[in-house]
Design a protein around this ligand. Structure first.
Ligand SMILES: NC(=O)c1ccc[n+]([C@@H]2O[C@H](COP(=O)([O-])OP(=O)(O)OC[C@H]3O[C@@H](n4cnc5c(N)ncnc54)[C@H](O)[C@@H]3O)[C@@H](O)[C@H]2O)c1
Length: 315
């Protein structure tokens, strides 16, 4: 089989990152199989159903009988399925552990040594950073939340077996057919459009951001250069967007001039994310982000002006 026809299995392919990534791999000519339990928006993949190269399995990543034949049929596995974010994992600690770690162990056990894995990790694993010091891939991992701890553990499990690239992702932003409004840029822009006001806690806490389409492009780069990049971890973020919440709001205000920004003492990030990240390693590997923060915010504003709060059109 030619390299460009490698078969891709994407778990969680109906999600925010997945529904964008599936489209890219299909466009590049790959047969793609998705395993997802469709717990959120079941419409996120409708526009791709016409592709003869797309197969969709509705099922649970923890179900060995479902996962085994899918893993056996894949050249490349992209395990995106997860309970995502610190608040969701805090609400469902056991469920999230069994999905975020247990299902990754299952895939790892079922895969042969030659099957490749491209895996997303959160860079919240760096925990509380040191003031003014960029986190590199060599910085210690000090996750605080269940979510951060689970993702760090899953990365370790996969890396130990090898034939893996791990991408430590910045906070994603931008539009996807499974929209996540809980992500910081998406959330703040939403509040700006709908409420005209953003109340900030820990307004000087900094973090790094990346457009959801650039995440897919980083994964694709990993696939194209697998031999050169494998068995390494890479931070993936916009090097010109290590911004505090206040600085982020000021970017949003450029496009929503009437926006009111209020700092408050009430509120606490469960991961206490306050760090700046170096993305030099993946840039040296050839990654050039294409989508800026400004681009993402402008498109979010466009979408939010017509997007309803309810998924039911007639309500
Ligand atoms: N979005 C970000 O900012 C970000 C940052 C770092 C890492 N990540 C990682 O990227 C991946 C995708 O995140 P996302 O933002 O697309 O989240 P998402 O919640 O939109 O997608 C997760 C998908 O997994 C599916 N899923 C969950 N549990 C399942 C199960 N038991 N069986 C089958 N399917 C299941 C859901 O239905 C959903 O479609 C996750 O692994 C996440 O940890 C995301």
């Amino acid at each position: 089989m030619k390299k460009n026809k490698e078969k891709i299995l994407i778990t969680g392919g109906a999600g925010y990152v997945g529904s964008v990534m599936v489209e890219l791999f299909l466009k590049k000519g790959h047969p793609v199989t998705i395993l997802d339990d469709f717990r959120y928006r079941p419409t996120s993949l409708l526009h791709l159903c016409q592709s003869p190269h797309l197969s969709i399995v509705r099922g649970d990543v923890r179900d060995r009988a479902v996962v085994k034949p899918l893993v056996a049929g894949a050249d490349v596995i992209i395990p995106l399925a997860a309970v995502v974010g610190a608040p969701a994992c805090a609400l469902h600690p056991q469920d999230s552990k069994s999905i975020n770690v247990g299902a990754i162990k299952l895939i790892n056990q079922l895969r042969g040594k030659r099957q490749k894995v491209l895996f997303p990790v959160t860079n919240s694993g760096y925990g509380i950073g040191e003031k003014g010091v960029f986190c590199t891939e060599k910085s210690p991992l000090r996750p605080i939340s269940h979510y951060g701890k689970q993702k760090v553990e899953a990365e370790k499990v996969l890396m130990e077996k090898g034939n893996v690239i791990a991408f430590r992702l910045a906070t994603a932003f931008g539009i996807s057919t499974r929209m996540r409004v809980d992500l910081m840029v998406n959330d703040f822009t939403y509040r700006g459009v709908k409420e005209g006001c953003i109340v900030l806690f820990e307004e000087h806490f900094k973090r790094n951001y990346i457009h959801v389409r650039d995440i897919s492009r980083a994964f694709y780069l990993g696939w194209e250069n697998f031999t050169r990049m494998k068995n390494e971890v890479y931070n993936v973020g916009l090097s010109n967007a290590n911004l505090s919440k206040l600085e982020l709001c000021r970017v949003i205000k450029k496009y929503l001039p009437n926006l009111v920004i209020i700092a408050s003492d009430i509120g606490k990030d469960p991961d206490q994310r306050d760090y700046i990240v170096s993305n030099e390693k993946i840039e040296k590997a050839g990654f050039k982000p294409r989508y800026s923060l400004d681009y993402g915010i402008k498109n979010l504003i466009k979408a939010y002006t017509f997007l309803k709060d309810s998924i039911y059109d007639n309500l």
